[in-house]
Design a protein around this ligand. Structure first.
Ligand code: BGC
Length: 264
């Protein structure tokens, strides 16, 4: 999933303390320069609306524009809401279906020539970032890290190491994929109270618990900002912790992935 093409484009990466992270989402493509030592952004986060349809070429063009605006010429980590294996996107649950089978190496070679680019799953990126700069629980033992947003993303972690490309949001529970009933997009769409939605999340986490017996769950995504409204309502044997990086996690994890030349 990692793609390294640049010979020596990365003047800004010479000390490898900074990299650019891009988080591709259904509504916005967000990016920032990341201080890899602290996990903080350097300068502003830039957001451009996701082009519709969000085809690979349209998204790649938008990322090129984002990098222009940031005046960044170094390495770039990019998240996608897709399984990414050997640089090829294999799924496209909440993004244009034309991503399935897209060779991201070839794509970003064309749109971002001469750069080092790493592409990885959005929840995996967020999980890695949480381990490095977020809730300390993320780095110890067996942890299922989840992002609640348009879908449900998962990163499975063992002592901070990632088992990449797990897709727990698509586990079928009572005849329905988990993310069809319990994503935060569903909460909004069906105007569910936190109480009602937490019941659905509880059913999903109970199933994950029954299958994996993790030491802890960490819940992230924008809705983890309101964790006190729903996490205390969950009734599980496994402790549930709120992520600390929230929406920043994808960008930070993307930047970390390219700086580590990550290629699981
Ligand atoms: C996708 C995952 C992604 C998650 C969060 C799911 O629908 O299948 O790959 O991590 O949404 O965006």
């Amino acid at each position: 999933m990692s793609h390294t093409s640049a010979a020596s484009s990365a003047t800004q990466n010479d000390t490898a303390t900074t990299a650019f992270g891009v988080d591709v989402g259904g509504s916005g493509i967000k990016g920032a320069i990341v201080d890899l030592t602290t996990g903080e952004f350097i300068g502003d986060r830039i957001k451009i609306l996701t082009p519709q349809p969000a085809t690979p070429d349209a998204v790649a063009e938008t990322i090129a524009e984002l990098l222009d605006r940031a005046e960044w010429e170094g390495p770039v980590g990019i998240t996608l809401p897709s399984v990414v294996k050997d640089r090829v996107a294999l799924t496209a649950a909440n993004i244009d279906p034309s991503w399935v089978g897209a060779d991201t190496g070839e794509l970003f070679d064309r749109h971002l020539p001469g750069r080092e680019v790493t592409v990885l799953n959005d929840a995996d990126a967020a999980g890695l970032a949480e381990v490095a700069h977020g809730n300390p629980v993320a780095g110890a033992g067996s942890v299922i890290f989840l992002t609640f947003g348009t879908g449900i993303g998962s990163a499975m972690l063992l002592d901070g190491q990632l088992f990449p490309n797990t897709e727990l949001g698509h586990l079928v529970i009572d005849g329905q994929e988990a993310e069809w009933t319990a994503s935060s997009a569903v909460k909004e769409r069906e105007e569910l109270s936190f109480k009602k939605w937490a019941k659905r999340v509880n059913a999903v986490l109970t199933e994950y618990e029954r299958l994996f017996y993790p030491d802890a769950f960490i819940v992230g995504g924008g809705i983890s900002r309101d964790h006190e409204k729903w996490v205390p309502r969950l009734d599980l044997r496994t402790p549930v912790h709120a992520a600390q990086l929230r929406n920043r996690a994808g960008i930070v994890g993307a930047a970390m992935a390219v700086s580590r030349h990550l290629a699981p």
